[in-house]
Design a protein around this ligand. Structure first.
Ligand code: NAD
Ligand code: UDP
Length: 336
């Protein structure tokens, strides 16, 4: 099956291209490279030993999408392309609405025009907002605390409405918890531009000497050690969830929402310790103010993903740290 992978040059997209190819799917990357390097796809090609077609294009361009779908005989789409920085979305909400929501509407329209009806969509645990209880199930109350989260919630709803209106459409809406780690080869990984917003890349850059110390946002949360607790999931486990979701689309019509996490919570301090032990490096840190909008703890109930897809996460926190370190230590400056 040929699969259009929007945002396929990005962090999760590039790892998913590896998993897809290894499982016999043919990914075609569609990316405007606003937050990615073409080098990522060259490395993916090196890992899988095959060429991967790459189209430089924007998901807000319907004509470019239709050309890509038609010229490559596309049968399914995985839609990663989005802007994802919470802070930037607060400062520039309109560009987030345009890129993420307009981009998704344009993609759905092109898919409808080309009679491509299978979609796997990148959603996020951010749609649980200030979750009332953990673990979060797919039926937990939804709320958003920033424009990025709002775009994810709106996109989920748009896709749901389209699947209701057009029964031929099937969508797997995957709510990722906290993706971390890298391909075990260490050749591809997460390469944030500028100062990392997320915890794992920040820790990795401190360990490799690019930054002096980690700021831990709060040590007075109502958790066992006072630091925030999250459900970190290895990016290769996440990549395999996309393969399972594509396979599941033919049995499950309509829009299916699934949590993609491990079901285990790990605190910020536990992740720091695990990284120190995986890397053999010290990760100096200092406690700082809580970050606005953060929640004390959030982890997934991943039961439904296992029931629906037969998928579950396999890797623990040690492996996530080892693989991140292999990538970060081999390429301290990322793809630069
Ligand atoms: P990323 O920024 O590495 O990848 C996104 C890719 O989309 C990039 O390659 C970028 O160049 C491309 N892109 C953005 N806008 C585009 C447009 N208009 N047209 C074409 N290409 C465009 O991010 P990622 O971490 O790989 O995230 C992938 C998806 O998963 C995103 O939708 C993100 O919101 C979602 N997600 C990520 C996380 C996370 O922590 N990384 C968590 C939950 C959900
Ligand atoms: N965090 C931190 N320092 C950082 C980045 C993140 O202490 O430099 C904390 C953050 O407060 C949260 C956890 O690490 O408790 C995970 O944050 P991240 O931004 O990686 O993911 P989120 O769950 O917010 O999407």
């Amino acid at each position: 099956m040929r699969v259009l992978v929007t945002g396929g040059a990005g962090y999760i997209g590039s790892h998913t291209c590896v998993a897809l190819t290894e499982k016999g799917f043919e990914p075609v990357v569609f990316d405007n490279f606003c937050n990615a390097s073409p080098e990522a796809i060259r490395r993916v090609e090196g890992i899988v030993g095959r060429n991967i077609p790459v189209i430089e294009g924007d998901v807000r361009n319907r004509r470019a999408l239709l050309d890509a779908i038609e010229s490559h005989g596309i049968e399914a789409v995985i839609h990663f392309a989005a802007l994802k920085s919470v802070g930037e979305s607060v400062a520039h909400p309109l560009s987030y609405f345009d890129n993420n929501i307009t981009g998704t509407i344009t993609l759905l329209d092109a898919m409808q025009g080309a009679s491509v009806h299978r979609l796997v969509f990148s959603s996020s645990a951010t749609v649980y907002g200030q979750a009332e209880r953990v673990p979060a199930t797919e039926d937990s109350a939804l709320s958003v605390t920033n424009p990025y989260g709002r775009t994810k919630l709106v996109m989920e709803q748009l896709i749901g409405d389209l699947c209701t209106a057009q029964p031929a459409f099937g969508a797997m809406i995957l709510r990722y918890f906290n993706p971390v780690g890298a391909h075990p080869s260490g050749r591809i990984g997460e390469d944030p531009k500028g100062i990392p917003n997320n915890l794992m890349p920040y820790i990795a850059q401190v360990a490799v000497g690019r930054r002096d110390r980690l700021g831990i946002f709060g040590n007075d949360w109502p958790t066992a050690d006072g630091t925030g607790v999250r459900d970190f999931i290895h990016v290769m486990d996440l990549a395999h969830a996309h393969v399972a979701a594509l396979r599941g689309l033919d049995q499950h019509k309509g829009a299916t929402v699934l949590n993609i996490g491990t079901g285990k919570g790990t605190s910020v301090l536990e992740l720091v310790r695990a990284f120190e032990s995986a890397s053999g490096r010290q990760v100096p840190y200092a406690f700082a103010e809580r970050r606005p909008g953060d929640v004390a703890e959030l982890w997934a109930d991943p039961t439904r993903a296992e029931q629906v897809l037969g998928w579950r996460a396999e890797h623990g926190i040690e492996r996530m740290c080892e693989d991140t370190w292999r990538w970060q230590s081999a390429y301290p400056e990322g793809y630069a």
